[in-house]
Design a protein around this ligand. Sequence first.
Ligand code: NAD
Length: 421
Amino acid sequence: MSEHEDPFNNALTQLASIADILQVDPEYYEMLKSPIREITVSLPLKLSNGTALTFTGYRVQHNNARGPYKGGIRFHPKVSLSEVKALSMWMTWKSALIDIPFGGAKGGVSVDPRKLTLDDLERLTRKYVDALEQEIGPEVDIPAPDLNTNAQTMAWIMNEYSRLKGHNVPSVVTGKPIELGGSEGRSAATGRGVAICAREAVQTFLKKEMKDVTFAVQGFGNVGSNTVKTLMEMGAKIVAISDVAGGARAKSPSGHFEHSYDSLLQESTKAGSIAKISEIEEISNHELLETETDVLIPAALENQITEVNASKIKAKLIVEAANGPTTPMADKILGRMNVNIVPDILANAGGVLVSYFEWVQNLNRDHWAEDMVNERLELKMKKAFYDVLSYSQKENVELRRAALVLSVSRVVSAMKLSGWH
Ligand code: NAD
């Protein structure tokens, strides 16, 4: 198996090197290596066309030393236990890095949601909640959206859980529609946080202003589209964007998209893909990653930048909006090429941060204004960015290592103080 086929191995390789730097006691290292709980459930479902299928669902709870487990749920045909385990570990580090009182978890169902009707998808989501009712809860484990799940999915989860408990429990899940207790600013939060990190990294490493910098973004879903939107608001130039069906490189004389964000969204929704909009050159996802740009933002899936394509990347800065888009071998190659990488656990932490704000609002029966959410998001993202940057400069290590050292040390400290031995 090549390195990028097993995400959990990648997560363990990272942990091993950080445990070594921090001289983590072997007993704590052993505890961190294995998630506390790995749950696999069978989800039999009779589809509306009469076909009976059994789907496999997962929830992995990695660590709760700092607070309840927290992490998204993805619906994707390639969801595997290894992937969910890796993502749950990264959630532990992410919550600790952005400094909120949550641990790490992740969930998923191995399904291609595009092949199900909305009604089938709703019933599958409810079955997943029925199977995990005992394992999730506002003080235990709080799911959220991820790949191919959204506010509607979270509404079904909240409703099914509330039905099972016999009363309304909005705080069991975050990323809900505003009408059901969702937070203002949550759906845009991950992309907004990515753009904030990108802006700070551009100033730090490229010594440029956003208006003079070009960006290529892989993925135009929740995270990719909101990243593009915020980057455009900051005055940045977008030269290429892609989605699962392919990529679009701007064909205007200026070399960057002259569409407004709203027209990008409308045209791509109407055409079914960003690769089919007007005034573009159609490119593949591979070409997007290797395109001429100052900054590259992978915002789709893991393992997109590997030992095969790393040396062909032209960007001088990568901001990881997706989880695990760069394999460890690609990381080494890019390091030798002096490409700075803002790691996933820092760059995309805005999502879990505003999820935390949502949870706090739900527990307090409160509702914050969007400005207040965005102000707090900006403050926390900048604080985490500069904490990581200053550690990396002080110790002369890359940002990923600095971010992991800070977060793993916070988790180990919580485990020690709580007497986990
Ligand atoms: P999404 O389903 O809304 O969008 C995913 C996008 O990636 C779509 O545009 C899709 O067409 C594209 N895509 C899928 N397969 C692709 C491929 N093979 N090549 C190129 N593009 C492809 O998902 P999302 O919520 O935007 O999540 C994207 C990434 O961000 C994931 O890695 C996820 O774990 C991570 N993330 C999401 C959040 C969140 O709040 N949603 C938070 C933190 C991290």
